[in-house]
Design a protein around this ligand. Structure first.
Ligand code: A3P
Length: 300
């Protein structure tokens, strides 16, 4: 463990700094040369998301698919130890993403929140498989707001109204949601990226699990697929100590403020936005997304 990051009391939020126009935690910017130089193995798989778009859900599905639905094997360690988070700083009892990657042999499942232009170029040169999960902006914002309220490593949220503006201007960790979802969308065919939607996963989880299975060139028995769908349901993942992030100490993720597995729904934004906020957000959204037609759904 690195000095200054070993003791719970020493934890503090990382200020956001600019990296090529993207707001990132200072740790990531300060370690950028090592992060961007990371070279994966061609067999490594990358799961990319804007924060709170359904990363953990996709990770659990992938881990189960790769282990033929063996739920015991997938309980071998918490999510963050099984599937390294490329750009993350060290945590208590966990090395940095790069250190953890060094200790694991390929094929590895790697998580990142980096926008496509900042993903280390080795992933593209080695033609790694890449899964992207996108979530509609309003629900993504609500989820990120609650997460930032309970995450001591992230900057203070400010008021809900202020937070909406931060989201709209990309002034949150990992930058602009709009640029993020558009970046991966633009290159999805050319770079063979499997582009998934949280809303589709919610609407028909079996169909989406099968899509991921096909992308990974796997063919699992029907009953195994059923088991994976059941084991990756919100309720089961919320109760699973290997997926619900209770493995991170409350001094970092204070789940008494908000659960990591909070609601897992589509449309919760309607419980948060006032009519005026929703209208203002939609008008800005139309401008920011005018150059692209990504089929996001805010209800299912
Ligand atoms: P909410 O805050 O809306 O509940 P990430 O893993 O990218 O941090 O995303 C976390 C969000 O995904 C949270 O959203 C969490 O509840 C939701 N989530 C995680 N697992 C889920 C599952 N199996 N089904 C539905 N939603 C899930």
């Amino acid at each position: 463990m690195e000095e200054g990051l070993s003791c719970e009391e020493t934890f503090h939020s990382f200020p956001l700094l600019d990296m090529q126009g993207v707001r990132l935690r200072s740790y990531i910017v300060e370690n950028w040369s090592s992060i961007s130089a990371f070279c994966p193995d061609p067999t490594d798989l990358l799961i990319c998301t804007y924060p709170k778009a359904g990363t953990t859900w996709a990770q659990e599905i992938v881990d189960l698919l790769l282990h033929n639905g063996d739920t015991d094997v997938c309980k071998r360690a918490p999510t963050n130890k099984r599937m390294p988070f490329l750009e993350i700083q060290p945590y208590p009892n966990l090395p940095s993403g790069l250190e953890l990657l060094k200790s694991m042999k390929p094929p590895r499942v790697i998580k990142t929140h980096l926008p496509i232009q900042l993903v280390p170029k080795g992933f593209w040169e080695n033609k790694c498989k890449v899964i992207y999960v996108a979530r509609n902006a309003k629900d993504n914002l609500v989820s990120y707001y609650h997460f930032d309220c309970m995450n001591r490593l992230q900057p203070q949220t400010g008021s809900w109204e202020e937070y909406i503006h931060k989201f709209m201007t990309g002034n949150l960790g990992w930058g602009s949601w709009y640029d993020h979802v558009k970046g991966y969308w633009k290159y999805r065919e050319e770079r063979n990226i499997l582009y998934l939607f949280f809303e589709d996963m919610k609407e028909n989880p079996r169909r989406e699990v099968e899509r991921i299975m096909c992308y990974l060139d796997l063919s699992l028995a029907d009953d195994v697929i059923d088991k994976i769908v059941q084991f990756t349901s919100f309720r089961v993942m919320k109760d699973n100590p290997m997926t619900n992030y209770t493995f991170i100490p409350p001094s970092i993720l204070d789940q008494s403020v908000s659960s990591f597995m909070r609601k897992g729904e589509v449309g919760d934004w309607a419980n948060h936005f006032t009519a005026a906020q929703s209208q203002m957000f939609d008008e800005d959204y139309a401008k920011q997304m005018a150059d692209v037609d990504i089929p996001f759904r805010t209800t299912i």
